[in-house]
Design a protein. Sequence first.
Length: 322
Amino acid sequence: MLIRSRKSWELPYSAVTPEPIYRSRREFMRTATAGLLGAAAGTAIACGDADSAVGAQGRLTATRNAKYSVADPPNSFEHITSYNNFYEFGLDKDDPARYAGRLKVEPWSVKVDGLVGRPGTYGVDELVDFNALEERIYRLRCVEAWSMVIPWIGVPLASVLQKVEPLPAARFVEFTTVERPSEMPGLRVPVLEWPYREGLRLDEAMHPLSFMVVGLYGQVLPNQNGAPLRVHSPWKYGFKGAKSIVRIRLTDRQPRTSWPTMAPHEYGFYANVNPEVPHPRWSQARERRLPDFFARTPTLMFNGYGDEVASLYAGMDLRRNF
Ligand SMILES: Nc1nc2c(c(=O)[nH]1)N[C@H]1C(S)=C(S)[C@@H](COP(=O)(O)O)O[C@H]1N2
Ligand SMILES: [Mo]
């Protein structure tokens, strides 16, 4: 109790300071080395990684949706599953890969409540049509100014929400991550208000780009990436995509989500990728395209998805609604 009620301003600076401000030298050296190896070996390594990593996890059959692809090559399976943010397992980038195996993802149920016509407790396959899986290659831009390209597998988030029939009064959707202290060692650190909560305006959630992810690289989603289901809206900073979702709540009010609650001046509810609005402690104009830690490429407005999503924000001041 005492620990969990500690406020963020009582934490050590490192605990509430994301990259690139706080970054261990060890981490830096490993990423830098991976970048050099990747550059030297080229795409052969990336493909090899993807194949050799298939094994324990199950295969998924998905149709590639050619509409959603990216010019840059995807990051390797190995990299996407070993460099993660999932603070419930720890703050270092390799903590999720190390500890997420403890998370029991079967059986899994999701509570759906609030302003919906069909509230209830659903199994994953009642919400996600596994016969309609798509592969979409999306960019992921973390608010910490690094980015990756990831071949996700999933279904449009809209298809999930339609199954539970949002009521006309619903304007927002809130996602809550599982909270199991015995399986998630990072929950001991009160870096965020647990459980991790995220949310979208309903029109953002219903936008065709918003994706409910259940896999990547042709296989079932590894736990460190948010098994069994997580959201990804690629025009927003990565933290908008809650992992290991156990509750979906429809509401008429903007939900109180974890990051803006912890640091309201640093993290907004919208969190649209915007190179013109710096984080108070670092610029968002450029990003490190991992695994090359030194590759500083310009960050694009809405992460390059502006043609599709800019109209959602017509007339809004994106500096105020950051
Ligand atoms: N529950 C939960 N979801 C989370 C996070 C987290 O710490 N906990 N981190 C977010 C952040 S900051 C990012 S960048 C992405 C990273 O997703 P990935 O590890 O699959 O690349 O997950 C997001 N979802
Ligand atoms: Mo992030």
